[in-house]
Structure formats: structure tokens, C-alpha cells
Design a protein around this ligand. Structure first.
Ligand code: ZN
Ligand code: ZN
Length: 244
């Protein structure tokens, strides 16, 4: 059974809850289901990363000698986006927060997560348009909100960027990527996206937003559609990415 977000807010207010990650009491953080310590402990990405997909490198060696050095999977199968950035690593309390946000689903986490995400990222060049990865209407109906749109909204506010959520659309339902292996993920999203007004992205720099990047198949497929319509650079930004 799904609880309406308003009742969820009232319940959180009436019944002081324990932290979803460490189970200690949540006191006055203003963040549903998280204590301040766990929220502050979200895993950041501090070390060297692949300049294309953002995958953390085990050692800084490769980048010292060649700053543009891309990881093996980007060299083998270059993604369609120009760069992928992630605010944090998909582990520990951040992973728990994303699970609650997306699968419970707890939309009230959208705003604090977007604020945290916006505080972790910087852009080399300011994008023109922010776009969330769209959900298919059936998924949207069952979840009640697009988790990527709430994040995109926060990012657009923080960086004063134009938000567009009704141009890039998912034209067929796809299986949840979490159920699939790498090769299956690519096939699952192939041809799943389209632009309703392709001319609007022509020569524009696009910032694509999603919650988690794993293989990057979804981001790459969205980027392919944007690039085919003549967009400028596409930067894929997620709240978290996996370490592998
Ligand atoms: Zn905690
Ligand atoms: Zn890479």
C-alpha cells in the first residue's frame, strides 16, 4: 500500500522515527528518516576518476602521465555522453537514502537529496538545459513521481538553469535496469527514448539528470537521441554512481 506524501509528512512529524541506516533517533534534522551523522557520511568521490564516465581509478598513476586517460570500458565502448559526473558513491547511507527515495517511495527525500547533490558538483561549462531521464507513464503512475525530475529541479534552481522535463520522453516501458546484466541493460533501453521537439536541443548544452549510474546504458541511450537531434555537449549527472 502506498501512503500519500502528505500523510507521510504527518506520520514522520507525529512519530519520531529512527534513522534508516544506523537506527539512532532522528532529531530535528528536517530530513525524513536520516540522522545528521549518516547524512554527513554520504560517500563522496575524492580520488582520480575516468574523465569520461567518472569511474573511480584505483590509483592516480594513469592520470599523472596522461590527464585525458579514459578507463578500459570507455575506450572499448565509448559512451554517447561527453562526460558523466556523480555527486557520490552508491554505498552506505547514500545507497540506503536512494533506495528509500525510489522504492518506498519517499518523495520527501527529493529536496534534501537534490540540495546535497548540488553542493557536490561544479561544471566546467554552464549547460543550457537541464533534463531528467524520463520515466515511462506506467512507471510514473506507480511511483507517483519521477525521482530524476525532483533532483533536476533542485539542480536547475541552484545553478540557475532552464529545466525541461517534457521534451525527452520514454516511448516504451523497459524493465528496471537493476534486474539486468550489463549487456541486457544496453538492449533494454535501446530505442526507448525520443524527443517530442528535437529542434529545441539543437546546439544546446544538455545536463541530463538521473539518480544512479551503473553501466551508464540509460544515460548513453538518452545522449544518443540528443546528439542525433544535433545537441551540443551532453553531461550526465547522477546523485551516485557505482564504484565499478
Ligand atoms: Zn543514522
Ligand atoms: Zn570511463
Amino acid at each position: 500500500m502506498q501512503i500519500h506524501p502528505i500523510f507521510q509528512h504527518i506520520l514522520e512529524f507525529l512519530i519520531p522515527s529512527s534513522c534508516a541506516y544506523c537506527r539512532s533517533p532522528v532529531n530535528g534534522t528536517g530530513i525524513p528518516r536520516f540522522c545528521g551523522q549518516c547524512w554527513a557520511d554520504f560517500a563522496r568521490i575524492n580520488g582520480p576518476v575516468c574523465p569520461r564516465c567518472g569511474k573511480p581509478f584505483g590509483s592516480p598513476e594513469a592520470l599523472i602521465h596522461s590527464p585525458g586517460h579514459e578507463c578500459a570500458s570507455c575506450r572499448r565502448d565509448p559512451p554517447q555522453y561527453d562526460q558523466a559526473l556523480a555527486a557520490g558513491l552508491f554505498e552506505g547511507p547514500l545507497r540506503e537514502a536512494i533506495h528509500l527515495y525510489k522504492y518506498r517511495p519517499l518523495s520527501a527525500l527529493g529536496r534534501p537529496l537534490a540540495t546535497w547533490m548540488a553542493g557536490q558538483v561544479a561544471f566546467d561549462a554552464k549547460p543550457d538545459i537541464v533534463m531528467p531521464v524520463p520515466l515511462h507513464r506506467k512507471r510514473l503512475r506507480s511511483r507517483g513521481f519521477n525521482q530524476a525530475l525532483l533532483l533536476a529541479h533542485g539542480i536547475s534552481k541552484k545553478f540557475d538553469l532552464t529545466l525541461c522535463y517534457d521534451n525527452l520522453v520514454r516511448i516504451r516501458p523497459t524493465r528496471p535496469q537493476v534486474e539486468l546484466t550489463g549487456a541486457e541493460r544496453t538492449a533494454n533501453v535501446k530505442g526507448a527514448f525520443s524527443l517530442l521537439r528535437p529542434t529545441e536541443v539543437k546546439s544546446r548544452g544538455i545536463l541530463l539528470i538521473d539518480d544512479v549510474l551503473t553501466t551508464g546504458a540509460t544515460m548513453s541511450e538518452c545522449s544518443r537521441v540528443l546528439k542525433e537531434a544535433g545537441s551540443g555537449s551532453v553531461v550526465a549527472l547522477t546523485l551516485a554512481r557505482t564504484a565499478e
